[in-house]
Design a protein around this ligand. Structure first.
Ligand code: NAI
Length: 477
């Protein structure tokens, strides 16, 4: 076709996996296009995917705003700051969140320009295999026909629905609607005590909603280190978040102004609850809608993920897939690492992602963050380990901050002292975990961290003290 635009690399999807892959490929000298269909309220392009538009970025904006509100209402007085007539301006809070999203959308478009990545606003579909590559048709505002020697699929994921309770984003909300409730609900129900449920539940509780979280599993945050999860459960419950574990959700009936959820509780008793709004956060499903996988024979697994090997290669030559649409944790930073590694592999380099050192963060207050293995995983694997913990209660900076909840926990190999996992619940856990990630990448021992000078007074001293505690020689506890 004469009007076909030719590229070395076409990236489908402009979320953290896709846009980063596009930039890295361009840095490596390839001609690169990135196609993304997300539109803003005015119909313009909104690259950045779930993370930027309805995930990481807007949720953190609201978490910050709601935390300010909670501090102003509950902790300023202790600091000697009296606030009279504190009120919530929810429209402004939501407007600010939208502005933060817009800045990030624009930032990505700027980065594309800077790196000479050609951006197409629309949906890319595999149209066929062309000589030495693939043909893709783009529909939407940036309609075009593209040919690519290499294709990187980074189409992300969508919220999983509960059968019989489709999202209307007004009453029954996914992560998208949960970020845009226009009036604080009196009673908010949340199904699924995972990352989204806890983060969004926290936001709306802080601004005044009565929040109940219904979780199917009998354990709270099963993937988190048990000691940390137990501490987090205690802290969240104390804050007023109601968490019911081991429930079995039955019928969900929507009315004009709310929803009735029938469920069986952990004791086997039938329950009926009324909520003004209901967030359903029970995981996400890979998004391959409209991709045309069948046209070229791109193989998916039985759960709908694109089949890839350890290097993100699909069953088709020169077609790669990264991020939420493939196996592994659905985390923006995992997608980014895969995107970079794939671009480097296309260039003949040896891109690598270390799945053992991908940090996890849950942005509640206090935050929960971890890297590596949990105590229960080590026990199950029969690995002999030593543990050391240090509470923020004994950290000077945490006392000055007025946030002494939680702890840092180190798990180290009993023989070699190599750090096997670090788990934090407490203030700024999301920032503190970086030190542990770096340490584990360098295969440090707990003694290495214990011997490194940490600034005083800082929260990071709790990390050093937890490392010292592995050898039972904490200095401040
Ligand atoms: P999730 O997998 O974190 O949690 C889902 C929860 O719902 C689980 O506890 C599960 O046991 C429960 N559940 C599943 N089916 C249920 C049912 N029928 N009834 C009651 N409970 C049920 O999924 P979530 O929170 O929806 O998040 C989706 C993805 O987005 C996750 O993979 C997460 O990693 C990612 N994400 C990451 C964030 C971060 O890194 N801070 C923030 C938000 C999302």
């Amino acid at each position: 076709m004469s009007d076909t635009k030719n590229f070395d690399v076409v990236v489908i999807g402009g979320g953290p996996g896709g846009y980063i892959a596009a930039i890295r490929a361009a840095q490596l000298g390839f001609s690169v296009a990135c196609v993304d269909e997300w539109s803003n309220a005015k119909g313009g392009p909104a690259p950045g995917g779930t993370c930027t538009n309805v995930g990481c970025i807007p949720s953190k904006a609201l978490l910050q705003s709601s935390e300010h509100f909670e501090h102003a209402g509950h902790s300023f007085a202790e600091h000697g700051i009296d606030v009279a007539g504190l009120t919530l301006n929810l429209p402004q809070m939501l407007k600010r969140k939208d502005q933060v999203v817009k800045q990030n959308n624009e930032g990505i478009l700027y980065l594309f320009k800077k790196n000479k990545v050609t951006f197409f606003h629309g949906r890319a579909t595999f149209a066929g295999a062309a000589e030495g590559g693939y043909t893709l048709s783009v529909t939407g505002p940036g309609a075009a026909t593209l040919s690519a020697k290499h294709v990187i699929v980074a189409t992300g994921s969508n919220a999983r629905e509960l059968p019989g309770a489709p999202f209307d984003e007004k009453i029954i909300l996914s992560n998208t609607g949960a970020l845009a409730i226009d009036a604080v609900p009196g009673k908010l129900g949340v199904i699924g005590a995972g990352v989204i449920g806890l983060e969004m539940g926290s936001v709306w509780r802080r601004v005044g909603a009565d929040v109940t979280v219904l979780e199917g599993l009998p354990t709270f945050l099963g993937a988190v280190d048990e000691q940390i999860a137990k501490e987090a459960h205690k802290l969240f419950t104390k804050q007023g978040l109601k968490i019911s574990l081991g429930v079995k959700i039955g019928t969900i009936t929507k009315h004009d102004n709310g929803v009735t959820v029938e469920y069986t509780d952990a004791a086997g008793a039938a329950q009926k609850a009324e909520y003004d709004r209901l967030i359903i956060s029970i995981g996400r499903v890979p998004n391959t809608i409209g991709l045309g996988a069948e046209v070229v024979g791109l193989a998916l697994d039985e759960r709908g993920f694109i089949n890839v090997d350890g290097e993100c290669k699909t069953n088709l030559p020169n077609v790669w897939a990264v991020g939420d649409v493939v196996r592994g944790p659905m985390l923006a930073h995992k997608a980014e690492e895969e995107g970079v590694a794939v671009a480097e592999r296309i260039a003949g380099q040896h891109g690598h992602v270390n799945f053992n050192t991908i940090p996890w963060v849950i942005y509640t207050s206090p935050e929960i963050a971890w890297v590596g293995q949990t105590e229960q995983q080590l026990k199950a694997a029969g690995i002999a380990y030593k543990a050391g913990t240090f509470p923020f209660l004994a950290n000077g900076r945490a006392r000055a901050l007025g946030d002494t909840s939680g702890m840092v926990k180190f798990l180290a190999d009993a023989t070699t002292d190599e750090i096997l996992g670090v788990h934090i619940v407490g203030p700024m856990a999301s920032e503190l975990i970086s030190e542990a990630v770096v340490a584990m990448e360098f295969r440090a021992s707990s003694e290495d961290i214990a011997r490194i000078c940490h600034a005083h007074p800082s929260l990071s001293e709790a990390t050093k003290e937890a490392a010292l505690a592995v050898d039972k020689r904490s200095l401040n506890f």
